[in-house]
Design a binder for this molecule. Structure first.
Ligand SMILES: [Zn+2]
Length: 356
């Protein structure tokens, strides 16, 4: 799916919604009532005219009209996939942003680790869940945000600073689709906890491949990595198999690469995906092993968010990376200095706010 398809899809959604609101299509789709004989109009007809033949004709005509209306609605909405998949959703939830901004991305301050909440229109997804000790913090944050359900949950890779807190989230929230790399580790507590909770909640993880795309509200995201999996028994580090994606909303885009190092960035560069993004969650917490010059040249971000703990043991972010950002005029936000970083976008502009 490309952006043009999505734009067309959105335009059709807007038209359909306008038609619903103006009464041109009627509310039968929303209420789920397709029984012509029981409709208020049919009852009125019964009261006006008791003639059984006439009544039968009226009911038949109404039924035919309703079926034709349903078919027309199906033809209009059929290609819009998930936007209209939900049954009997409240009118405001159909393909229209319910808040002014449309998109919010919360880069949570989880100390040394990474956890990003994306709220798009009326739907939400989470990329990583921070370390084990932050599981309940993430749970409370999601509760405070009014999140009841995560349409998607992405575990970029099995390092504890990314999936440590995810078991709590998966346990406490309704997660529709969960993404994990196509191998399962069982040699760490974090990865064993994930395996346990997936089993308990009867969730089968999806292992995405590059170009797999999914809708969230009026936005969508496409996986851009990893390109060379699975981990198998090779000598490569699991960071190199970080699930990486770009989220698109209107004219704006946001890139997430987990702890993917330069070797993986090079694969993404040679993989053919357009990596341009307005905001970059700095790979591997701003480590010098990521954010190569070539990668930054392709992404060309206006802003970078670095998710790292204050005075962490790894020296993240590394000075060399901060210098690369500075040289390119990339505005930097850091969770260790700024706390949780929130951006809001209407698809045309992006506004940042920070906890401190
Ligand atoms: Zn990490």
């Amino acid at each position: 799916m490309d952006k043009k398809d999505l734009e067309e899809s959105r335009a059709r959604a807007r038209e359909a919604r306008k038609a619903i609101n103006s009464g041109r299509i009627g509310d039968s789709y929303h209420s789920g009532r397709y029984t012509g004989a029981g409709s208020p109009k049919a009852q009125t007809a019964v009261e006006k005219k008791k003639d059984p033949a006439f009544l039968k004709t009226i009911i038949t005509l109404l039924a035919v009209a309703l079926v034709l209306g349903a078919v027309a609605l199906w033809l209009i909405l059929g290609s819009n996939e998930e936007i209209f998949v939900e049954k009997n959703v409240p009118d405001k939830a159909v393909g229209t942003p319910v808040n002014e901004a449309g998109l919010e991305i919360h880069y949570l301050d989880v100390g040394q680790g990474s956890c990003t909440l994306i709220k798009c229109d009326d739907e939400a997804m989470l990329i990583d869940g921070g370390p084990d000790a932050k599981g309940t913090f993430v749970q409370k944050y999601l509760n405070d945000q009014g999140i009841k359900k995560l349409k998607y949950l992405v575990g970029s890779h099995y390092d504890a600073d990314h999936v440590g807190g995810l078991d709590v989230v998966i346990y406490k929230f309704d997660c529709e689709t969960v993404f994990f790399p196509d191998y399962l580790r069982n040699d760490t507590k974090a990865s064993r906890d994930i395996a346990d909770v997936l089993k308990e909640k009867s969730l089968t993880p999806v292992h995405p491949v590059v170009c797999d795309s999914y809708k969230l509200g009026g936005g969508f995201f496409s996986f851009i990595g990893p390109l060379d999996g699975p981990l198998g028994t090779g000598s490569r580090d699991q960071n190199e198999y970080s699930l990486s994606l770009i989220f698109y909303y209107g004219d704006k885009s946001f890139i997430f690469t987990g702890d993917a190092p330069e070797s993986s960035e090079n694969e993404m560069l040679s993989g053919g995906s357009n990596l341009k993004a307005d905001v970059y969650l700095a790979g591997h917490h701003g480590s010098s092993s990521s954010s190569s010059e070539a990668f930054l040249e392709a992404v060309k971000p206006d802003a970078a968010v670095i998710s790292c703990g204050k005075d962490n043991d790894y020296g993240h972010p590394h000075d060399s990376v901060l210098k690369r950002f500075e040289k390119r005029g990339i505005k930097v936000y850091r969770t260790d200095l700024n706390g949780t970083v929130i951006l809001r976008s209407d698809g045309k502009n992006i506004e940042f706010s920070t906890e401190r």
